[in-house]
Design a protein around this ligand. Structure first.
Ligand SMILES: CC(C)(COP(=O)(O)OP(=O)(O)OC[C@H]1O[C@@H](n2cnc3c(N)ncnc32)[C@H](O)[C@@H]1OP(=O)(O)O)[C@@H](O)C(=O)NCCC(=O)NCCS
Length: 204
């Protein structure tokens, strides 16, 4: 599969390339990205180079892992450079038959761009493409997060994921296992909250 862009009035998504290495490297020094995602720690420049030069193109070529950089909205004329990224989002597909494939949604935003709803808009674009029968025609999208990652859970909630389980030792983080939440959204589900936000749970 060739990488392609997804865009709406709020955000532009296009595959990260070698020109994004410095920004990926800088973003992945962030404490929250290190704490809540599986990026290597410490995160070195070679990790960013490997990500942009091997992981991303390999994922697109196999069609198994589709990764987009989150960028400001606006058309980019052919031959012009992409604007600098503010985040990353991707779908990792499982090996099920095409008629019933599932994918896991993953994402991060650079600290300065958080809290403005940009990631949620990016995820809406990715889910629309993922479920579209002209797109991936997915039967299911899964979200996983370490217990306590309320910002991620809030995004999943806004997107209509049903958080169905808290599972002991679900995730591997460095050389430890972490308890995790799992949520799913199915093609026919409304892409909006399907339950009240758990108000008794304090932010932080
Ligand atoms: C998760 C993450 C991508 C969200 O990015 P973002 O740009 O803040 O996302 P959005 O602005 O679209 O939505 C975030 C929502 O979470 C809310 N939020 C942020 N921190 C929160 C917290 N501690 N508790 C509850 N809600 C929180 C925001 O208020 C916002 O909700 P609102 O729009 O209803 O106000 C970002 O926090 C991040 O990069 N975290 C580190 C990496 C990470 O955790 N990735 C996900 C791994 S599963």
């Amino acid at each position: 599969m060739e990488p392609f862009a997804l865009a709406n009035e709020f955000v532009r998504l296009s595959a990260p390339t070698a020109s994004d290495v410095d920004d990926v490297y800088a973003a992945c020094q962030d404490e929250a990205i290190q704490r809540w995602t599986t990026v290597p720690s410490p995160y070195r420049r070679e990790h960013a180079r490997d990500f942009a030069g091997r992981f991303v193109p390999g994922g697109w070529a196999s069609g198994q892992t589709l990764t987009w950089a989150v960028r400001p909205p606006g058309d980019v004329p052919a031959g012009m450079p992409e604007p600098r990224l503010v985040g990353m989002i991707g779908l990792s597909l499982d090996d099920a038959p095409t008629s019933c494939r599932s994918a896991e949604l993953g994402f991060w935003m650079v600290p300065a761009a958080r809290g403005r709803g940009v990631l949620t808009q990016a995820a809406r674009l990715v889910l629309d493409y993922g479920f579209d029968l002209e797109g991936l025609g997915l039967a299911r999208v899964e979200w996983r997060a370490a217990v306590g990652n309320w910002a991620s859970r809030r995004v999943a909630w806004k997107l209509g994921f049903s958080v169905e389980a808290q599972v002991r030792g679900l995730l591997v983080h460095g050389d430890e296992r972490q308890d995790g939440w799992i949520g799913t959204v199915l093609p026919a589900d409304p892409r909006e909250p399907n339950e009240p936000w758990p108000a008794e749970l304090a932010r932080g």
